[in-house]
Design a protein around this ligand. Structure first.
Ligand SMILES: Cc1ncc(COP(=O)(O)O)c(C=O)c1O
Length: 356
């Protein structure tokens, strides 16, 4: 997945960056809070701002404790390492971030075998899980962990139905597995359905939520779980070089995000829907509108996606050619209604140009 601006493209004045919600910039209120944050050495557990963030997120997610990490990737990898021993197996869905975009971290860091279960449009069949669970014997590694992702990035920002969680928990318990939730965009799911984060998070043994995406913070994710899990997670974070010192300067922005950025996600979702509906009307493009549930729009392109990406970039609209015929567009705080109008105009021009 190439995420940079295509070579040779000179961006026009109007620039609409739909590559990812990670491009968002911190707000003036966040910058002020960062400058004024009360600090201490977090490796010693003495940064009051980090401690406040961890306590607040643990409570929000319905878990005993939480740990601030530099990234969502590190939080996922810490969870996998804590829940497994080298030589174990884990199950992730076939489109998951852990499988596609974490550089084989589970194999490198935890030494585990990663196996997949199928997923379509962000939804999987619970019945597809048990046949893939391995029971350890003299020849076979034991499956220890099941990972789920919500909202689901590669499936288009789709939401896992919260009413599935009790049954999923029962399945995990039946097979003595642990359940890890990659909730990089769990806040989006919660706002979209109007249900609390706990509708998903309390059923999992560990949960990661990210602050550097739609919540607009410059850095940071939080991993939550039991006190015992977090004690071990703290050690693994240190092992990975993720022990940070006066990191309250970053946690301060996350605290502001909890107060000011969560409800705002509904605007991103409405804009994504408007963009998707407009693109779906155009020749040479199709959008599965059923999957446009939060802040992502996946567009199928008749022409090569890279060609469309370039034509859009020349008009100041940045997106990512995710696959040979698939573009990803993500709405966020720094894309307003005028920016969406501009993006729709650019798509209309490109549709006319490429179908001529
Ligand atoms: C679903 C999901 N999980 C994990 C991550 C990793 O987060 P980070 O970029 O902070 O490592 C991402 C990043 O986009 C993501 O979309």
């Amino acid at each position: 997945m190439a995420t940079s601006i295509p070579d040779g493209i000179i961006l026009p004045v109007m620039r609409v960056d739909l590559r990812s919600d990670t491009v968002t910039l911190p707000t003036p209120e966040m910058r002020r809070a960062m400058a004024e944050a009360e600090l201490g050495d977090d490796v010693y557990g003495e940064d009051p701002t980090v401690n406040r963030l961890q306590e607040r997120v643990a409570e929000l997610l319905g878990h005993e404790a939480a740990l601030f990490t530099p990234s969502g990737t590190m939080a996922n990898e810490i969870a996998i390492k804590v829940w497994t021993q080298p030589g174990d197996a884990i199950l992730v869905d076939a489109e998951s971030h852990i499988l596609h975009y974490e550089l084989a971290g589970p194999a490198v860091i935890a030494g585990v075998l990663v196996e997949t279960y199928p997923i379509t449009d962000g939804v999987f069949n619970l019945s597809d899980i048990p046949p893939r669970i391995r029971v350890a014997d003299d020849h076979v590694p034991g499956t220890r962990l099941l990972c789920i992702e919500n909202t689901h990035n590669r499936c288009g920002g789709t939401i896992l139905p919260p009413e599935w969680m009790p049954e999923l928990r029962a399945l995990v318990d039946r097979h003595q597995l642990r359940l890890h939730l990659d909730g990089a965009r769990l806040f989006n799911a919660s706002v979209a359905l109007g249900v609390p984060l706990q509708a998903w998070s309390r059923w999992a043994d560990s949960v990661m939520v990210a602050f550097s995406k739609g919540l607009c913070c410059p850095v940071g994710s939080v991993l939550a779980g039991s006190r015992e899990f977090i004690r071990e997670a703290h050690r693994v974070r240190k092992l990975l070089g993720g022990g940070m010192r006066q990191v309250g300067v970053l946690a301060a922005a996350c605290l502001v995000a909890l107060d000011t950025m969560v409800e705002r996600l509904a605007d991103d979702h409405a804009r994504a829907k408007r963009l998707a509906e407009a693109i779906a009307e155009l020749p040479g493009f199709s959008v599965n509108l059923r999957t446009v549930q939060t802040n992502m729009v996946y567009v199928h392109t008749a022409r090569p996606a890279l060609e469309v990406e370039r034509a859009l970039a020349a008009r100041g609209v940045l997106c990512i050619a995710l696959d040979p015929h698939r573009l990803r567009l993500v709405t966020h705080k720094d894309v307003d209604d005028a920016a969406i109008d501009h993006a729709i105009r650019a798509f209309r021009e490109v549709a006319a140009e490429l179908s001529a």
